[in-house]
Design a protein around this ligand. Structure first.
Ligand SMILES: *Cc1c(COP(=O)(O)O)cnc(C)c1O
Ligand SMILES: [Zn+2]
Length: 462
């Protein structure tokens, strides 16, 4: 067998599959799959610092990519198979101004700004890896279901590489315009189905089971390999130190799962000696993980988690036709496909889960923007969650915290403008039904006559 392979995560199964198979679940037991490596057959640097040397050879596209310059830690493709468009040029930035507002000490709050990716969200970290595997297996058509950013990302990789056609499924009505415009502009075949994200994902999985179409949702274990590198870049931003906390919004839980896997491997390889704690933040209107983890005390339990508990939870959800509902559309998901892997990450990283309201999400998003970091609502959940954990005393003022800002501000400008202008129409349509009634950080435009004297007076200068 090659040094890299796919493996069922269930401890009683652990069936392995070679890299050439196109799978999104174990054929024997239906559990999720990991990409695993025989590390003694891979050349891994003795220290993470070694990766800095690749900055000197940035003209090589593999060394320029913020994902593939760490390719020794996700060594499933040959270099010639890698599909890259320069993703992962993202940076960890300290933000003391914002930190002070939410009760953090100076030098404690760091933002990992993943909105700076080519398609404007962290999804590109994963899509470069999924596209690489799609190329390895000779896929002709790729597909995904999406709340918006996955489709934007898949569309840009399909468009730029010219290797595959791509089909994206979005739910009706819910998608933010910035994201929809990207899928259309990059040339994806876009299917708007009558249903929500969970429906769209169920349909695309059926389609990919029956036809030779390559699925790029986060059930794809190759995609999650790329997302591990977000953690490497956070460590790089801290001079290769591990922060005390990673805070991330939770939707389908692909990020949370891949972050956990990143730290499990770094520990196993002796590249770190301690592990950060993980805080996963749900929106209150899409809080399956929070409910199962905190109310029902569902745990990883060495892979022997209580599947009846999960099944019952979904049965009740279906019977009562409970639909996910939040303004943070990127995390508006009721059936997180990576739930079990996220439990593993929570267990390894001594994690916590919280839910935050839409009011807290939009206020936090505006606070982040006012300190210079434009992000979309789902990313705002990180700071809202951090604030909650600070108030509870779970996170200390002096802890070093890295929050992942998952998507760019311009993905969802409608919501931003509705918040700042208090536009009565948008107010009613968008904000009030979601329980958002106050806009403490609103910065509305000032309407003024076409006249210098009026402008001077409006600015308070006259
Ligand atoms: C996809 C997405 C999320 C959710 O990430 P998961 O890995 O599905 O938990 C959060 N924020 C943004 C901006 C996203 O695009
Ligand atoms: Zn299995």
């Amino acid at each position: 067998m090659s040094h890299a392979f796919q493996q069922c995560i269930h401890p009683d199964c652990q069936t392995t599959y070679d890299l050439g198979q196109i799978l999104t679940a174990c054929k024997k037991c239906g559990s999720l799959l990991d990409i695993q490596y025989n590390w003694d057959r891979v050349s891994v640097p003795s220290s993470m610092k070694e990766f800095e040397k690749r900055w000197a050879s940035r003209l090589n596209p593999l060394d320029f990519s913020g994902v593939w310059r760490f390719r020794n830690l996700l060594p499933f493709p040959a270099d010639s198979d890698i599909v890259t468009i320069g993703e992962g040029q993202t940076i960890l930035q300290k933000n003391d101004l914002l930190g002070a507002k939410i009760g953090m000490n100076a030098d404690s709050l760091f933002l990992q700004y993943e909105g700076l990716n080519p398609s404007g969200s962290f999804k590109d970290n994963g899509m470069t890896a999924a596209s690489t595997h799609a190329k390895m297996v000779g896929a002709k058509i790729t597909a995904c279901a999406s709340t918006g950013n996955t489709s934007a990302s898949l569309a840009i990789y399909a468009g730029v590489s010219g290797l595959f056609k791509c089909v994206v499924f979005v739910g009706s009505g819910k998608i933010a315009y910035g994201k929809l415009s990207q899928a259309l502009d990059y040339g994806a075949t876009t299917l708007q189905i009558k249903g929500d994200f969970d429906d769209a994902l169920a349909r695309v999985r059926e389609l990919c089971d029956q036809h030779p179409i390559y699925l790029c949702n986060s059930v794809n274990p190759f995609r999650l390999e790329g997302q591990k590198t977000i953690m490497y870049r956070i460590m790089e931003g801290l001079g290769w130190e591990v922060p005390d906390w990673i805070v991330v919004p939770g939707g389908n839980l692909g990020n949370s799962s891949s972050f956990g896997k990143a730290f499990i491997e770094l520990k196993q390889l002796g590249l770190i000696d301690r592990v950060p704690r993980l805080a996963i933040i749900n929106a209150a209107g899409a809080s399956t993980l929070d409910q199962l983890f905190n109310s029902d005390e569902l745990r990883w339990n060495d892979g022997k988690n209580d599947s009846d508990l999960i099944r019952n939870y979904y049965e009740v959800m279906d019977k009562e036709d409970q639909r996910a509902s939040t303004l943070a559309s990127a995390i508006e998901i009721n059936r997180p496909v990576n739930l079990v892997k996220a439990l593993r990450a929570l267990s390894f990283c001594d994690g916590v889960v919280r839910s935050v309201s839409d009011q807290q999400i939009v206020d936090s998003r505006a606070m982040i923007a006012a300190t210079g970091f434009g992000c979309e609502p789902a990313s705002g959940a990180t700071i809202a969650g951090l604030q909650m954990l600070r108030e509870e005393g779970v996170i200390a003022a002096s802890d070093r915290v890295a929050c992942v800002l998952t998507g760019h501000q311009l993905k969802d400008p409608d919501l931003t403008v509705a918040y700042h202008t208090g536009d009565p129409k948008k107010h009613e349509e968008k904000l009030h039904p979601a329980g958002v009634f106050e806009m403490p950080y609103a910065n509305p435009p000032i309407v003024v006559e076409n006249d210098v004297a009026a402008i001077v007076s409006a600015l308070g200068l006259g």
